[in-house]
Design a protein around this ligand. Sequence first.
Ligand code: CA
Length: 257
Amino acid sequence: MALAHAGKTDVGRKREHNEDAFLINAKHGLFTIADGMGGHAAGEVASRIAVDVINEFIEISGDDSDITWPFEFDDGASMEENRIFTAIKLANMKIFEVIQERKELEGMGTTLVTLLINGDSAFIGHVGDSRAYRVREGELEQLTSDHSWVNEQMKLGVLTKAEAANHPFRNVVTRALGGRDPIKADLTCEKMQAGDVILLCSDGLNSMLSDEQICETFVSVGDDLEAGCQALIDAANAAGGDDNISVVLARYEADPA
Ligand code: CA
């Protein structure tokens, strides 16, 4: 599988801690960003648990197809979809368990976006307002729909995109990992074309930059994905850097010969 990739996270200009975490596991075609929340550094704990638990399960389930599935296998879904749903459920449970053991972490949680690439198929799971976009031939398209209060109001026609971007509740997510209840992730599958780039980000990027600015910034850098991550982070910081900023880029180079 010919993939080029890069990832970077930055504390931004206003926060003291970076509560985002990202993880790239190229061998397994796995790319994840988590954006933690909760006081006293708890957000950092939640986002780190999420990316680590997901990585561990994707590795185990990729290396050994005879594993015992911790939850019922959904025969109506593909292997990759089952792996992602299960990994996210496990991460949710682990965060909740840690909260039970360490009361000072009560209230911690995290959003999550995870990309699993197998051949020319890109499986994307998400919970909360961390996003996945695709850049194809210079055009940016958002692939995920935020689990956020403002996005729900936009879908109902109550808020416009411009109103949502400036709304005092714009940071309120309606789904996050770390609760007692089973988590429901959204999952989408996209067929990749050679040259497609999947861009994952925490809301510290897209709350500072419009989709047009994200696209322009990324495209202006050219093929260097490390430079692309840095340019996007620099642009978000130049626009204020109100939040932690994480960017992961994965480019599908070509169909395997
Ligand atoms: Ca954030």
